[in-house]
Structure formats: C-alpha cells, structure tokens
Design a binder for this molecule. Structure first.
Ligand SMILES: [Zn+2]
Length: 171
C-alpha cells in the first residue's frame, strides 16, 4: 500500500475511535512506521530493502502487543495513548498490506506463509477506491456517534482507565 492510503486509514481510525490529537498523531505515525523501519534498516541499500521489506516489521503481532499494552493501563499517561496509537496504526498498516498481492508474514522470522487477500496491487486504482471508502466509513461512523450518541469504541477508552476511574468515564 502507498503511504497516503496508510495515512488515510490512520485518519479514518482516529476519527472512528474519537481519538485525542495526541492519539491521532500516534496512529498516523504507527500507520507508516513499518515502512519507515524498513527504509531505516536498509540505510539506502535497494538490495537490502528488497530483501527485508514486509518482513519482521510487518508482523502484526508486534503491533497487536503494543495496542494491548496501551489499552491495559500498564503504561503511565500519556505513554499509554502514544503506544496505543502506534499499535493501532501498525495493525492497520499490516492489515492493509495484507490486502495486496505481496501480503505480510503470518509467522515472525519467516517470509512464508503470508497473509494476502490479493484484492489489488499497491498503487492501483483499486487501492485509491479502497482508501476513499475507508475514510468515508470513518466519517460515517463519527457522524453516527454525533447523531445518535452511539460510541462503538467506548470500551477502548474504558478499558484503558484504572478500575477507580472506569465508572466516571463510562457513565
Ligand atoms: Zn508496508
């Protein structure tokens, strides 16, 4: 996936989750971080980049762990929100790359088997249509939240608070 698609997905997620500005920035950073890490590790070598791209950095497990760590109050504020955002962004990056023909690794440390839905090629018109659709879904979800007071992701916020303050936010 192109970076603009990953960033659009990050914005859609942040809108849908009703994220704070700090979480929005963290989600956006996480949404491109797997590729940034690949570029950084390759240090300008196209051969090395081709070998390692969509390898260990694109294993969804890392990002899922970060999301869980951000949700479960093991980190002090505001680091919980930052780690949560990076995790959610990273998971979205892996999921989006898994929709393409190249896919992402299923098992850490192995290139195969790979998760790949083969919906479209990176940079294709299909990717642009998909990116527009997910932004629209994020917007519609937010509109639903505003119109009906329905917050599908309230549990995210509730779960991230200590038991003492849980009630204050949920009710
Ligand atoms: Zn990627």
């Amino acid at each position: 996936m192109k970076w603009h698609t990953h960033k659009l997905a990050g914005v859609a997620l942040a809108i849908g989750l009703g994220s704070s500005p700090l979480e929005l920035v963290s989600i956006l950073a996480g949404a491109v971080l797997p590729d940034v890490l690949d570029y950084t590790i390759a240090a300008g070598s196209p051969e090395l980049f081709a070998r390692l791209h969509r390898g260990a950095t694109h294993w969804f497990g890392w990002w899922l762990l970060a999301t869980i760590a951000g949700v479960t109050s093991v980190l002090p504020m505001p680091f919980d929100g930052i780690v949560f955002g990076l995790g959610v962004g990273g998971v979205s990056h892996c999921l989006l790359d898994a929709l393409t023909n190249s896919g992402v690794p299923l098992v850490l440390g192995r290139r195969y088997p790979r998760l790949k839905a083969r919906l479209f090629n990176t940079g294709s018109l299909g990717e642009l249509v998909f990116a527009s659709a997910i932004l629209g879904i994020g917007y519609l979800h937010q509109q639903t939240v505003l119109s009906y007071g329905y917050q599908a992701f309230t549990w995210f916020k509730c779960a991230r608070l200590s038991p003492y303050s849980l009630g204050a936010l949920c009710f």
